[in-house]
Design a protein around this ligand. Structure first.
Ligand SMILES: NC(=O)c1ccc[n+]([C@@H]2O[C@H](COP(=O)([O-])OP(=O)(O)OC[C@H]3O[C@@H](n4cnc5c(N)ncnc54)[C@H](O)[C@@H]3O)[C@@H](O)[C@H]2O)c1
Ligand SMILES: [Zn+2]
Length: 364
């Protein structure tokens, strides 16, 4: 497979490598001088790949500050208590300021490890080694890192751009197929937002990617990373255009909250995009519903999720009371599509319209 990468031209530019059979030693050595390394992973990924990564880092001349740090797999590790455990381990191991944290895992390890790197000793270097499809296409790129609170997800956080993102496509061989689908939900989102060649490749390659075809996966991951890189470079600190990345996420987040986070994010976003497609048809007259449905089917994503109380979804979606209290038609603001590749943000949507399109994606 070809050596393939995308350069993210953030304030400090960094490379995103996406290859099968990736030469991790070369990728790391080309970017960073060896020093003290911290290797963070989770209890699913660690037993599969940590020994190999540790060996590669040692061969490349790195000293490990401590044993591999392994947190329990799952969202619960994005917590203050797990964070405390990790930073105290770093402190006890006398991890120096110039150290580099390698986050080997999915978005949970990336967000937690990134937040550790942004805050321990006022900041150490971060290298993202994403092992889930979602982490490869979404969470490892863009520099958002953070933790959850019992009061809400991602309420603690920082911006820290990694020095390098290195994704070995072979790592996806052990990822459960439903997790591939969840990552593809974000790929579908990026393809619909971007259009052009990405969208053509999406239609052609999505089902192959879902079946584990490495070339299809590489093509779609690179498109997604490139597209996300463009948006986050333009808006590193999320002041404006980055908001288009919320396509499908307004209803998606509402559904997740209403379901008590029992609903996978990828499924919530999938049906959230269907709701947005219906609203887009009403606002702009372009009917992209069948296009959305075909893509979601190819990715083995649902077209409906089990019923939750619509009122709870609407409440969780959070009306923008401050700005729009007197504006009866614009109680919610959505990212919609005028067409494939033509997102529009801040489109006003009334409670009635929102209620209707949410109802359409609930059911057996
Ligand atoms: N920072 C951002 O910009 C950003 C963007 C999107 C999502 N996120 C965050 O990402 C997190 C979700 O990421 P995720 O979906 O990767 O979840 P995750 O990290 O929990 O990984 C999903 C599951 O797959 C397992 N896994 C990962 N790679 C594997 C592999 N190669 N083989 C076998 N099992 C593997 C994990 O152990 C876990 O059980 C959420 O916390 C979300 O908030 C962050
Ligand atoms: Zn998402």
């Amino acid at each position: 497979m070809k050596k393939e990468s995308v350069t993210v031209t953030a304030t400090t530019p960094y490379e995103v490598r996406v290859e099968s059979d990736l030469d991790l030693k070369a990728a790391v050595s080309e970017t960073l001088k060896p020093g003290t390394a911290v290797l963070l992973t989770d209890s699913n990924v660690g037993p599969l790949y940590a020994t190999f990564v540790e060996k590669v880092l040692k061969e490349a001349g790195w000293d490990l500050a401590d044993d591999v740090l392994t947190v329990p797999a799952g969202e619960a590790s994005k917590s203050l208590s797990v964070y405390e455990g990790v930073v105290r381990r770093l402190a006890r191991a006398k991890t120096p300021r110039g150290a580099t944290l390698f986050a080997l895992g999915g978005g949970v390890v990336g967000d937690l490890g990134g937040f550790v790197a942004s805050s321990y000793a006022r900041g150490i270097n971060l290298v993202q080694l994403p092992t889930s499809l979602l982490a490869m296409v979404d969470s490892s790129v863009g520099g958002k890192v953070g933790l959850d609170l019992p009061e809400g997800k991602n309420l603690i956080g920082a911006f820290l751009q990694p020095r390098l993102v290195a994704a070995n496509l072979d790592w996806l061989d052990t990822l459960p197929p439903h997790e591939i689908s969840y990552g593809l939900a974000e790929v579908v989102k990026m393809g619909l937002l971007t259009g052009g060649e990405f969208f053509e490749d999406l239609k052609r390659s999505l089902a192959h990617a879902r079946a584990g075809d490495t070339e299809a996966l590489q093509t779609l991951i690179l498109h997604s990373v490139r597209a996300k890189a463009v948006v986050v470079t333009e808006d590193e600190r999320e002041a404006g255009v980055r908001a288009i990345l919320n396509y499908g996420h307004t209803v998606g987040h509402g559904l997740e909250a209403a379901a008590g986070y029992d609903l996978p994010h990828g499924e919530a976003v999938a049906v959230g995009m269907l709701a947005a497609a219906r609203l887009s048809r009403e606002s702009f007259g372009t009917d992209l519903l069948a296009t959305h449905e075909d893509l979601l089917r190819a990715a083995s994503l649902p077209l409906k999720v089990s019923a939750v109380e619509v009122k709870r979804v609407l409440d969780a979606m959070g009306r923008d009371k401050k700005r729009f209290a007197s504006d009866a038609v614009g109680e919610y603001r959505f990212v919609l599509l005028e067409d494939v590749g033509r997102p529009v943000r801040d489109v006003p949507v009334s409670t009635d319209e929102a209620r209707r399109v949410i109802g359409d994606v609930l059911g057996p």
